[in-house]
Design a protein around this ligand. Structure first.
Ligand code: BG6
Length: 366
């Protein structure tokens, strides 16, 4: 797991670079997507279906598609998809996300979507996997073989390829100007280096795990595109350290979980922001007031903040800094310290980090 966490800069680079055409600042994806541009222009909706960590990537993708391509997105648990008898029309595509490409629930969901007339795009990390072979289009993540049961490098690579697909769709549908695309490409090119910098939080995360090794529960919170990162941070801790952890939208804590919050429930807040982005700054202000509220309730708060943030360290008990980037790309960096925290918590507890009990790398039976 630790090696795969440290392979993320390379996984992101290998997943992004082949799809970038720097000469004309375009994203090259038409062959892989394998759906005519005309059909992509007429699309009404995107369904995303996946399991586990892959579904959290889909939740982050939802924000990327809606912002960059202006297309509504629904995200489903693969294991629940058939039960809601999804009304899928011809002018929709279904994206199935799966590291292994063999997860039974996700495979069944793809087959159901096809039955209902939807084109499918598979995002997989395993070339030639069943789900990839059965899809109309395939976008591979080039994260390299992922052995550890808890998914790390495949997750950041999934979010990177979802971002590329959203930007590609945005351009094809005339939602994204060429200038805007050029600026996104510049930001993508420096993302691997920023992931490298984020790995420098390894030692502070180890110290944090040490100081919180006796905590029995954690609450991870995030707003908007950061909420799926809170979800996956909680999942990582559950998967490898067997400590109960819940991911929750920050604003939703007022409607229930607040009753749980006191000195015994450490809170991990994902609260980076993008200077110059009014929506992001508004959310940041709301996060600061939530942080003050949690402190008034004597909670121990670990905050994930943007580099050079002066306000958060003054309020939170512990702050881990993440390099500055756009809000839509920040999740790809934010997950790294949360993976490291979970990893060190498992090591401190003497657990088998790569093969946690009761889990397998791919659930191939429904
Ligand atoms: C679980 C793995 O079995 O399946 C998780 O332990 C993973 O790490 C989930 O996220 C989904 O797997 P896949 O291969 O479909 O992404």
């Amino acid at each position: 797991m630790l090696r795969e966490i440290f392979e993320q800069p390379e996984a992101i680079e290998k997943t992004i670079r082949p799809r970038l055409s720097l000469e004309d600042s375009r994203i090259k994806m038409a062959d892989e997507v394998n759906i005519p541009a005309e059909e992509l222009r007429r699309l009404n909706r995107i369904n995303i279906v996946a399991s586990g960590t892959s579904r959290h990537a889909g939740m982050a993708g939802q924000y990327m598609f809606q912002e960059l391509a202006g297309i509504p997105v629904e995200v489903d648990y693969a294991s629940e998809f058939e039960y809601r008898n999804p009304a899928i029309g011809a002018r929709e595509i279904t994206i199935v996300i799966t590291q292994s490409g063999e997860t039974a629930d996700t495979m069944a969901a793809q087959r159901l979507a096809k039955q209902k007339g939807s084109r499918t795009i598979a995002i997989s990390n395993v070339e030639g996997s069943t789900i990839a072979r059965e899809a109309d289009g395939v976008l591979y993540t080039y994260a390299g073989r992922e052995v550890s049961i808890a998914s790390t490098k495949a997750f950041s690579a999934q979010m990177a390829v979802l971002f590329l697909f959203a930007a590609y769709l945005g351009e094809v549908r005339g939602q994204l100007s060429h200038e805007a695309l050029k600026s996104w490409i510049e930001q993508l090119l420096v993302l691997p280096q920023k992931a490298e910098t984020t790995l420098e939080s390894s030692e502070p995360c180890r110290r944090l795990a040490e100081s919180f090794q006796h905590a029995e529960d954690f609450l991870f919170v995030g707003r908007a595109i950061h909420y799926p990162i809170a979800m996956d941070g909680a999942l990582k801790l559950k998967e490898v350290s067997y400590v109960h952890a819940e991911g929750y939208p920050t604003g939703e804590t007022k409607h229930g979980p607040n009753a749980l919050i006191d000195e015994n429930l450490p809170i991990v807040m994902v609260m980076t922001y993008e200077p110059g982005n009014p929506g992001s700054l508004l959310r940041y202000e709301k996060n600061l007031s939530a942080l003050r509220g949690f402190k008034n309730q004597k909670a121990q708060v670990i905050a994930l903040a943007s580099e050079n943030d002066k306000q958060v360290p003054a309020l939170a008990d512990h702050t881990i800094f993440v390099p500055q980037t756009s809000e839509l790309l920040a999740p790809i960096l934010e997950i790294i310290p949360l993976q490291l925290f979970a990893y060190y918590m498992a090591v401190i507890k003497g657990l088998d980090v790569d093969k946690p009990r009761n889990l397998v790398k791919s659930v191939m039976h429904e």
